[in-house]
Design a protein around this ligand. Structure first.
Ligand code: ATP
Ligand code: MG
Length: 426
């Protein structure tokens, strides 16, 4: 339940952000109201232990304040509201968009980069998930998972091993691949594994048409992240800001690099940076050079084994007709992303097939009265339902073959350059 509420919170914050961007203060006020309800539900759920509840209470209080502020701006009328929006948008936009899952008890800080301190190590056990997702929820993609464990999770759990073997890590990693392959889920899982707050930011939202504002937004983002001391920072759509510069200096890229170089020097701060993109070829190579975001991991379309794992997990406990053959679904879904097989929010092949069965069940039930023996007779999902679902869900490999091909080529060229394997190659 907590996971669902946190997801809802994320959606509402994103919507509030869009509304603030558009100067729609009425919209911000209504999202703020709904967010307060979410925070109240989180606090009432009993899933948050006492020391962590202070953070949620703080957020509740912040959004109560923001609602009042938005209502006041909405009352100013369009012209003055636009001026007010311009004056306060960066503050509102940035502070609003940072998700703060309750922090887990912090182990001794171990910098992600640079030599580790010489004190005795204290291995960190698998922490209780802060985001409700762990790497076990990410099906298949074993090589990508291993890369994430090596780069982010194990250095925290086993600092002594990394110290003894003198392994240095960069300041984070880049996940790239076509849409729906599980990059965001991976990042949430890292936060879950480490029991850390998860900060989600679309880098496209840091862009500002006013000179110098994008740089300030980048700076504020790092400032806010560092105030959490230890957290996973997920920067989605990073190509929108971190584009190749050519011979030209682009200030916002420079700003990002300066922030990146800066946070590694702070011993009291441990940020786990995960960047994600569908277009890695657009990213400035200065960002991904070693010592910075040194590792790029291809999260490609799922191979047969991964598809089997996703479909099997999705169908666990679902009533299936005897004619449903998982192996045939696996064989026929080559080129489908994980999200197109099964998505937490619906819309995948397994979700659509179940929806077909639900429609039949509802139709059969409607003329009946509760208590009728037919009322509860389970409607199984059939092979024909999967046929319909397969026709309905158009895979990314058909919708956008170019993006699949280019990600693949990027991973192969990186592998050839010795920088990155193609973990998901069949
Ligand atoms: N390997 C996987 N295992 C389990 N579920 C998966 C996997 N890949 C995708 N999914 C499902 O698809 C959903 C969407 O995936 P996610 O948002 O992480 O994709 P993404 O790579 O971030 O996409 P985008 O590039 O569009 O942002 C997940 O929440 C999950 O339900
Ligand atoms: Mg994503």
């Amino acid at each position: 339940m907590l996971h669902g509420l946190i997801e809802r919170e994320e959606g509402l914050k994103a919507a509030a952000l869009r509304a603030a961007d558009a100067g729609d203060w009425q919209g911000v006020a209504s999202m703020a109201k709904e967010l307060q309800a979410v925070y109240r539900a989180i606090l009432a759920s009993g899933a948050v232990p006492a020391p962590e509840s202070a953070r949620w209470e703080g957020l509740l209080e912040r959004w109560t304040r923001l609602e009042a502020e938005a209502v006041r701006k909405a009352a100013l009328g369009p012209a003055r509201a636009a001026a007010a929006a311009k004056a306060s948008a960066p503050e509102a936009v940035l502070r609003l968009s940072i998700e703060t899952a309750p922090p887990a008890p912090a182990p001794a800080p171990v910098p992600v980069s640079g030599p580790a301190p010489a004190q005795a190590c204290s291995p960190v056990p698998a922490a209780k998930s802060a985001t409700g997702v762990t790497l076990a929820d990410v099906k298949g993609l074993e090589a990508a998972k291993q890369a994430v464990m090596d780069a982010l999770v194990n250095p925290v759990r086993h600092p002594d091993i990394y110290r003894t073997l003198k392994i240095k890590n960069g300041k984070g990693l880049l996940l790239y691949g076509p849409p729906g392959t599980g990059k965001t889920m991976f990042a949430r899982a890292v936060a879950g594994e480490l029991g850390l707050p998860f900060i989600y930011k679309k880098m496209s939202e840091l862009k500002d048409k006013y000179v110098g504002e994008s740089e300030k937004n980048v700076s504020r983002l790092f400032e806010e992240a560092q105030s959490h001391k230890r957290c996973v920072v997920f920067l989605d759509e990073c190509e929108s800001i971190l584009r190749k510069r050519g011979n030209q200096k682009i200030n916002v890229v420079e700003q990002f690099l300066a922030e990146l170089d800066g946070f590694g020097t702070r011993r009291d701060v441990q940020l786990f940076l995960i960047l994600a993109t569908n277009r890695p070829w657009l990213i400035d190579s200065a960002v991904t050079r070693s010592g910075r975001i040194g590792l790029a991991v291809h999260v490609g379309l799922p191979d047969a084994e991964t598809r089997r794992a996703i479909v099997s997990a999705a169908l666990e406990g679902v009533p299936l007709a005897p004619d449903v053959d998982v192996e045939s679904i696996v064989a026929r879904t080559e080129g489908y992303s994980g999200a197109e097989l099964h998505h937490g929010d619906g819309g995948g092949v397994c979700d659509e097939a179940a929806m077909e069965a639900s429609r039949r069940w509802v139709k059969r039930r409607e003329p009946l009265r509760p208590g009728d023996p037919e009322w509860n007779r389970v409607e199984e999902v059939t092979a024909a339902d999967f046929e319909t679902a397969l026709e309905k869900v158009v895979p990314v490999s058909r919708k956008d073959p170019e993006i699949v091909r280019k990600n693949r080529e990027f991973s192969l060229s990186n592998a050839a350059a010795g920088e990155d394997g193609d973990p998901e190659a069949d």
